[in-house]
Design a protein around this ligand. Structure first.
Ligand code: SF4
Length: 251
């Protein structure tokens, strides 16, 4: 299939339309889409805030009224959890960020160093890129997305989660999704994609399909941290987000 390359103009138009950059126009000139995305992410830290103004210090906002007691109980249980060895090396349990009433749940792999330090999911450059990518489909972290990881505690040295850690921690994620009842789930990276699809395939083979987890459709794409290292994957990520947009639109 012939793909139409995305243009800087398309990126700029989407960003301006969604108002994700505080209303200030962004001039992208003749840059490639990858350069444009990375330039914007790298240079506008103040404008692209990952902080949810409606949340507390750990980034957890107001959950839906009917599930509030269950949600708060689950969150409290996770924050005190010591079911696996990661409890001994973590600084903070990273339960979530964004809106627990959101239409979209975004699932990454595990907290990184900055998330472990702050207790917030997807902060730093990868978090800002995620905000930017979600903005291109009109999904703001503060209102439309709930962001979490398969593992709630950081594996030392950012190693991949171990199967035993995923087994004991994943019930938290399952319950989060049960309580939120999202219209769609976006899996970021191979670990999240494999967990949510139940398929042990490389990420490149997981992309482009719509799966199901807990009754919600699942789309898989690259982790923003990987995208920062490999800007040539921007087109593929863009395509995945358009698929997600179609799922959210009920197409
Ligand atoms: S990673 Fe999950 S199971 Fe392990 S201590 Fe943290 S919250 Fe508990």
């Amino acid at each position: 299939m012939t793909r139409t390359p995305i243009t800087p103009g398309q990126v700029a138009r989407h960003l301006r339309q969604q108002g994700e950059l505080g209303g200030n126009p962004v001039f992208l000139g003749d840059l490639s889409a990858e350069e444009a995305l990375l330039l914007v992410v790298g240079g506008r830290d103040k404008e692209i805030s990952s902080k949810d103004p409606g949340t507390g210090a750990d980034g957890v906002g107001t959950p839906p009224g009917s599930v509030l007691p269950d949600y708060e109980a689950l969150r409290s249980e996770a924050l005190a959890c010591s079911r696996c060895n990661l409890a001994q090396t973590r600084t903070n349990v990273v339960f979530s960020d964004g809106n627990p009433s959101a239409r979209l749940v975004v699932v990454g792999e595990a907290p990184g160093a900055e998330e472990d330090r702050t207790g917030r999911a997807f902060v730093g450059r990868a978090g800002k890129l995620l905000d930017l990518l979600l903005g291109t489909i009109g999904m703001a972290r503060e209102s439309s997305a709930y962001i979490c990881n398969v593992l709630k505690c950081r594996p030392p040295g950012n190693r991949n989660p171990l199967p035993g850690e995923m087994e004991v921690c994943s019930p938290f994620l399952r319950r989060q999704i049960e309580l939120i009842v999202p219209e769609a789930i976006l899996a970021l990276g191979a670990v999240s994609g494999q967990f949510l699809t139940g398929k042990g395939l490389p990420l490149g083979q997981l992309r482009g399909e719509v799966y199901s987890y807990g009754g919600a459709p699942v789309v898989v794409t690259y982790h923003p941290a990987a995208l920062l290292r490999n800007p040539g994957w921007t087109q593929a990520t863009w395509d995945d987000l358009q698929l997600l947009r179609q799922v959210l639109d009920g197409a």
